[in-house]
Write a protein that binds this ligand. Structure first.
Ligand code: NDP
Ligand code: 2IT
Length: 475
């Protein structure tokens, strides 16, 4: 086990010397993180990207090193892992793993989604929780970073199986969360149905009706606009990036991946803004509507995914001649969805869905805007290609922040027992995304290269949390 060493607090170091030291600081801590978490691939990927962006910050903020901010911020404040036993419809006992990673509470209660997917493990939840710290800071709301989930697969389960699973999950989780402690929400595999079951069990155990979860159905405390927030916000972020160049989304051909919550509302906002979305996908395959996905097709996608819990090929079955279906080849080294001619791309499915080759294909296809609806959908090589090509690349922690931003608005509405109108919430989210864009852009100008939103978002989010951690002492 490596010891955490806090640098001595001696007399102030001359600026030049500090600059040398500061440059090495992020790299030294990154080496420690790699040694300590050698098997957590996704967490290391997220940590490396953030820490590499931060080197220039320490020249101007020597107090961050003095207070060991990096050594502390890379360690979750608390990780909870638990057994989730439940009975299937045949009354056979099943066992899954549950987790909650409470990463950082410097600027508010832990806040972040819950993911139910068979691939869930600690590395994935630590990457998501780590990203959430900076994303939540960017929203300007008082929310810390956390993430949770389970390797439970809701696909193919009956509503009652999902309900019994959620009840068992919350039977343990409830003692670790609360409206001022930790406020979970949805993510992959967790939508209104799951949040409803979890809320019901929390209320029963705690004997309290509080805003302990966000993304609730509208009838009992959910915020108007939360369902739409992430997808809409990702499109708002793309529009902000384009506006810097006096351009807009109108008439642009757009590639969207995924067909769940984020993808559906990215498509909806693109249609409202006069863009032409032409693809969506699920884990089995992708569909291509050459003349554009229409509003009617979007309603069908929502029905397939949200009501029938079906597969995306059903869209091509219904609109044969207008929509083509392509099955995913799991052994291929690239995804042909990213080869379709377009100007903009909105990856809204999952982490690492765009690799270096896909990034090259996107650039060759003419894409100059990538706005990440998913968390870390571009792998390290892909991010580097986009940054090197100087395209408008909006990283997830900035571009998909409207989801959690709207969750914070839901918390505010719940605390004040008032519900705001859809238009009011949407206006607030639009402003929030404009502010996030502005702050990330200005941080990129000050510390990196103007328009490098990867560095800009990492730095703007980090500085806010780091300042709070300095002020609160070594805790
Ligand atoms: P959903 O469960 O609603 O949809 C997920 C979509 O991605 C589905 O189409 C799913 O296909 C596909 N998908 C999931 N895992 C994989 C995989 N391993 N390989 C290929 N396709 C996959 O989730 P959301 O739309 O809520 O989340 C999508 C992304 O957005 C995630 O990265 C999430 O972390 C991020 N996000 C979500 C927010 C929210 O508010 N919901 C907020 C910010 C970010 P299939 O149905 O076949 O599994
Ligand atoms: O990744 C994310 O930001 C989310 N899944 C939303 C979290 C939230 O608390 O609304």
């Amino acid at each position: 086990m490596l010891a955490l060493t806090i640098p001595p607090t001696g007399p102030p170091v001359a600026f030049g010397d500090m600059s040398q030291m500061a440059h090495g600081y992020a790299h030294d801590v990154l080496d420690q993180v790699k040694a300590r978490n050698a098997h957590e691939t996704e967490f290391l990927q997220a940590a490396e990207e953030v820490l590499e962006s931060l080197s220039p910050v320490f020249d101007q903020h020597p107090e961050f090193q003095k207070h060991a901010i990096l050594e502390r911020i890379v360690e979750p404040e608390r990780v909870i892992q638990f057994r989730v036993p439940w009975l299937d419809d045949q009354n056979r006992p099943q066992v899954n793993r549950g987790f909650r990673v409470q990463f950082n509470s410097a600027i508010g209660p832990y806040k972040g989604g819950i993911r139910f997917h068979p691939t869930v493990n600690l590395s994935i939840l630590k990457f998501l929780g780590f990203e959430q710290i900076f994303k939540n800071a960017l929203t300007g709301q008082m929310i810390g970073g956390g993430k949770g989930g389970s390797d439970f697969d809701p696909k193919g389960k009956s509503d009652f199986e999902v309900m019994r699973f959620c009840q068992s999950f919350v039977t343990e989780l409830f003692r670790h969360v609360g409206p001022d402690t930790d406020v979970p929400a949805g993510d992959i595999g967790v939508g209104g149905r799951e949040i409803g079951y979890m809320f019901g069990q929390y209320k029963r155990l705690a004997n309290e009706f509080t805003g302990v979860l966000t993304g609730k159905p509208l009838g009992f405390g959910g915020s108007l606009g939360r369902t739409e927030a992430t997808g809409y916000g990702t499109v708002f972020f793309a529009a902000e990036m384009l506006q810097v160049k006096n351009d807009s989304l109108e008439g642009k051909t757009c590639l969207v991946s995924g067909s769940g919550n984020v993808a559906q509302y990215a498509v909806e906002k693109l249609l409202q803004l006069g863009a032409k979305p032409v693809t969506v996908s699920d884990s089995s395959g992708w569909v291509h509507a050459k003349d554009g996905i229409t509003n009617e097709m979007l309603e069908e996608i929502k029905d397939i995914k949200n009501n029938r819990r079906g597969r995306i090929h059903e869209l091509a079955d219904k609109y044969s001649g207008k929509v083509e279906y392509h099955e995913t080849d799991r052994n291929a080294d690239h995804n042909p969805l990213w080869q379709v001619d377009a100007q903009c791309a909105f990856p809204c499915a999952t982490q690492n869905e765009i690799n270096g080759k896909d990034a090259e294909n996107l650039l060759s296809a003419g894409v100059t805007v990538v706005s990440e609806g998913a968390n870390m959908p571009s792998n390290t090589e892909a991010v580097n290609r986009f940054v090197d090509a100087k395209i408008m690349f909006g990283p997830g922690k900035a571009a998909n922040a409207a989801g959690v931003g709207c969750s914070a608005l839901e918390m505010a509405q719940n605390s004040s027992r008032i519900a705001w109108s859809f238009d009011r919430v949407e206006d607030m989210l639009k402003d929030m995304m404009a502010t996030i864009h502005k702050n990330a852009y200005e941080a990129s100008e000050r510390y990196s290269t103007a328009g490098n939103y990867v560095d800009g978002a990492n730095i703007a989010g980090f500085v806010k949390v780091a300042n709070a951690m300095v002020a609160q002492g070594v805790v």
